[in-house]
Design a binder for this molecule. Structure first.
Ligand SMILES: [Zn+2]
Ligand SMILES: [Zn+2]
Length: 280
């Protein structure tokens, strides 16, 4: 499986010279199985560049798109996703909803004429809507298991595996809010267990947490502890706060490595960057 990051920023896109190193686009991750089946996770502003790339690659579908949740930073790139405007494109959309009709409504809402000049019903491509709960899906060779995470309105984490290689995606999750989580902490460590690649929310620092309780995000220290407890091989810090500029995230990585040395543990920690590719 190939995993590529098109947007790793949290909350709001932050373009400009101060965010060049890690990128300024919001959540979008491309996952491709060995047969070329395509799963896109979230449609933050990173999906615009992915769309241009897919058009270049001649990929028209079906393209599977999984939404962790519908906060702006995870959906607002959709109207700028070039394949949507091609008549031959086919999309299968997965997200939390009570029915396919409600999922369609949630999805189409942001393209109402008040907000965007092209209406959803005028798009020339084909859509299928699949409401998702905590369950498992099969997308090509990819097995996907979802879990409810701790975030206002809830969000999904995803454990995705092809043969024995495991990618776990857990963003918009408040790992420290243990008394209010949909699952006990050990369910999350089990969910991320022995991941070859774990991507975890790391919006805050320990110092920032007390003033951001119930915001639905973790500190990078909490993300690290979860990776250690889950015995993950690699941890990518994700959902970088808009305020992180220049080499802030590099300092977090250095600190993570110090914390690991102290615990005599080994996890390969890095900050997720736009354009990064992993082949698992
Ligand atoms: Zn978010
Ligand atoms: Zn969110």
């Amino acid at each position: 499986m190939r995993v590529k990051f098109w947007g790793t920023r949290g909350s709001v896109p932050v373009p400009g010279p101060t965010t060049i190193r890690y990128g300024g686009n919001t959540t979008c991750v491309e996952v491709e199985d060995r047969n070329g089946n395509l799963l896109v996770i979230d449609a933050g502003t990173g999906i615009r560049s992915l769309g241009n790339d897919l058009v270049r690659r001649g990929k028209q579908g079906p393209i599977h798109v999984f939404f962790t949740h519908y906060h702006w930073d995870h959906i607002q790139g959709w109207p700028f996703f070039a394949p949507t405007y091609l008549p031959k494109s086919e999309f299968i959309i997965y997200g939390r909803a009570k029915s396919a009709g409600m999922l369609r409504e949630i999805f189409a809402y942001q393209m109402q004429y008040t907000y965007f000049p092209v209406k959803f019903e005028d798009l020339p491509c084909k859509f299928e809507f699949v409401p998702v709960g905590e369950n498992s899906l099969k997308i090509g060779e990819l097995n996907v298991q979802t879990i409810d995470l701790c975030h206002p309105g809830k969000t999904f984490g995803a454990r995705i595996w092809e043969k024995k290689r495991v990618f776990v995606f857990m963003t918009d999750h408040e790992a420290g809010l243990k008394d209010k989580q949909p699952h006990p902490y050990t369910d999350y460590t089990e969910f991320a267990s022995k991941a070859d690649l774990l991507i975890h929310d790391a919006q805050f620092t320990e110092e920032e947490l007390p003033t951001h309780k119930t915001w639905g995000h973790s500190s990078y220290q909490e993300a690290l502890q979860l990776a250690v407890d889950a015995d993950a091989k690699r941890l990518g810090l994700f959902h970088h706060a808009p305020e992180r500029v220049y080499n802030d995230i590099d300092r977090f990585i250095d600190h993570c490595n110090q914390l690991l040395d102290r615990q005599r543990k080994s996890v390969d920690v890095f900050g997720t960057m736009e354009g990064m590719v992993f082949t698992l």
